[in-house]
Design a protein around this ligand. Structure first.
Ligand code: PLP
Length: 385
């Protein structure tokens, strides 16, 4: 039972044949790559625009990591400011500047070895959901030339592992306007998964730039992209082009026919099949079932979901505070609990994201959910209290 679902993109289910067929037709005709533009690049961009009208222009890239890198580069070019603000603990790919304070807020360069210290000098953070804290950071940054962008996942960092208030994204938007800072939504997981309009449609909050990943190639390789208004996106340039400020972006294999066709057909099918709704209902059922088992076995665990993104916490490793002097001792211990829990689920046939997250898909059904809950029960009933 695969609930990792490649980290989220396969909302239609694993290896979805109707999309595979269509992708194969395109590859048979064009080959997997040409290095030129391809009609499916345009079709994919138009499809994304149809779902998220604030994405007026779209640039294909190779991964979510690249798309996050490009988004902050565009923000700096457009605003002429240097500083970037992220949520402490958030994951926005593994690029030099964004691996700062990964997973646990204010752990700074704990997971950023092999990177020169000065690379993090322009990155600041605030606690998840802490709007007043963000204001303070933005005020502080004003003294150092201002903030180019605030980057958030609108449902909270790590796909909502640390949930935020419903008006969080709107409040961040207001602050960005006040401080003339661009707002970047990282929708690598939420785009199309929480509904056709992504998190921006759900909250009805306009980002200046949207970052896409995995799902824009339907789970096929070379999956990433960034989009926004024509004015802001026009900062991107590749090749030799004099006369204006440009954010340099490249990538030989980006926008290849295979990835673009796969993304186009997958998103088209997700919308036609109402896959986000179906996967979300499966997430609700699974979460309800896990909660009943937590109650039955009186375990100190927590579960909640945002539709098809189901969370469960057994050791709270991501909730430790960097202010705790023993934090670096506690991390490996808590990490071990969660790894053992994830391994026990795997041994019972259920693959999750690191023992703490489940991505449901349209392909789950009452039978597979019942089977999954049996596996959870088997693990829960064997936990020593
Ligand atoms: C919110 C978020 N941003 C960025 C990334 C990085 O994407 P990629 O793995 O395609 O580089 C991920 C990956 O899981 C993610 O969850």
């Amino acid at each position: 039972m695969d609930y990792l679902q490649a980290g989220g993109p396969t909302l239609l289910g694993s290896n979805y044949e109707p999309v595979n067929q269509k992708v194969w037709e395109v590859v048979k005709e064009s080959g997997p790559v040409t290095g030129l533009f391809h009609p499916y690049e345009m079709k994919l961009a138009e499809k994304i625009h149809e779902c998220m009208p604030w994405v007026e222009m779209y640039r294909c890239l190779a991964s979510g990591t690249e798309a996050d890198m490009v988004a902050i580069r565009i923000a700096r070019t457009y605003t002429g400011k240097q500083r970037i603000v992220k949520v402490g603990g958030a994951y926005h790919g593994w690029s030099d500047q964004l691996v700062y304070s990964l997973h646990i807020p204010y752990t700074k360069t704990f997971e950023a070895h092999g990177i020169p210290k000065e690379v993090s000098e322009n990155t600041s953070e605030f606690f998840p959901g802490d709007v007043a804290g963000l204001r303070k950071v933005l005020e502080e940054n004003e003294k150092a030339g201002g903030t180019a962008a605030v980057i958030i996942e609108p449902f909270g960092p790590e796909s909502g592992t640390r949930p935020v208030a419903k008006d969080f994204a709107a409040k961040v938007r207001e602050l960005c306007d006040e401080f003339h800072t661009l707002l970047i939504f990282d929708e690598v997981v939420t785009a199309f998964r929480v509904g056709p309009g992504g998190a921006q449609g759900y909250f009805n909050v306009k980002p200046d730039l949207t970052v896409f990943g995995k799902i824009v190639a339907g789970g096929y390789p070379m999956a990433g992209g960034v989009g926004g208004s024509e004015e802001i996106m026009s900062c991107i340039a590749a090749g030799v082009k004099a006369g204006k400020k440009k954010a340099y972006v490249g990538g030989t294999l980006t926008a290849n026919p295979l990835s673009c066709a796969a993304g186009y057909f997958a998103i088209d099918e997700i919308i036609r099949q109402d896959a986000a709704m179906k996967a979300g209902e499966n997430g609700d059922k699974l979460c309800d079932g896990i909660q009943k088992l937590i109650d039955k076995y009186e375990l100190p665990f927590v579960t909640w979901n945002t539709g098809s993104i189901v969370h469960f916490e057994v050791s709270g490793v991501m909730y430790l505070s960097a202010a705790d002097p023993d934090v670096f001792k506690k991390i490996p211990e808590r990490q071990q609990y969660i790894e053992e829990f994830g391994a026990a689920l795997t041994a019972n046939g259920v693959i999750t994201l690191a023992g703490s997250r489940i991505y449901t898909s349209m392909a789950d059904n009452d039978e597979t959910i019942a089977e999954t809950l049996n596996a959870f029960e088997e693990v829960f009933s064997n936990i020593e209290r």
